[in-house]
Design a protein around this ligand. Structure first.
Ligand code: PRP
Length: 179
């Protein structure tokens, strides 16, 4: 384990098993369709590429970025779209892939963003959910794991842009983020 981590919360094996389940769920739901899968950078990048390899759905990949936090642990209010999509989502079935639903603000912002752009449907797949942190009512359509209010890193999630490449999800040592 990385020395800055307190303990592993979700192992590589547990992640792989849940990602396979989520992939199968997408396969059932989108059989015969050609949805556009949107990766909300950066945190979702690792989950996104594993998830799309775990589904048999024929998907287009797209990428965007929304920023709610800076290099800090505290939510900074309304999310901002910082990178737009490559393709139009008009008339398309969108699969939004998120690493974590925290306050819920990003999901609310993105659901209305896709609606304004004329998407036919929006299905949200989230790796993690921290329901104890919710500020606005919103929920993913499929959630892999619920987590408690630890400061978590790994499998795409960062602290100050570090630890995204850890293959597991771990709680960060308090001494690291309180420095
Ligand atoms: C994180 C995460 C979600 C969002 C969830 O992104 O990836 O998109 O915050 O928080 P919310 O439910 O409170 O809106 P972040 O802004 O940290 O960017 P990153 O993915 O590039 O790390």
């Amino acid at each position: 384990m990385h020395p800055d981590c307190e303990r592993i919360l979700i192992t590589e094996e547990e992640l792989a098993a849940k990602v396979r389940e989520a992939g199968r769920w997408l396969t059932e739901r989108f059989r015969g369709k050609f949805p556009i899968a949107v990766c909300n950078l950066k945190g979702s990048a690792v989950f996104f590429t594993d998830l799309l390899r775990a589904t048999e759905v024929d998907v287009e990949m797209d990428f965007m970025a929304v920023s709610s936090y800076g290099a800090d642990t505290i939510s900074a209010g309304k999310p901002r779209i910082t990178r737009d999509l490559f393709s139009s989502v008009e008339g398309r079935d969108v699969i939004l892939v998120e690493d974590i639903v925290d306050t819920g603000r990003t999901l609310v912002t993105l659901r209305s963003f896709f609606a304004e752009r004329g998407a036919n449907s929006v299905t949200v797949v989230a790796l993690l959910d921290k329901p104890s942190r919710r500020v606005v009512a919103s929920q993913a359509d499929y959630t892999c794991f619920e987590v408690e209010n630890h400061f978590i890193v790994g499998y795409g999630l960062d602290y100050a842009e570090r630890y995204r490449n850890l293959p597991y999800i771990a709680a960060l040592k308090r001494s690291v983020y309180e420095k």
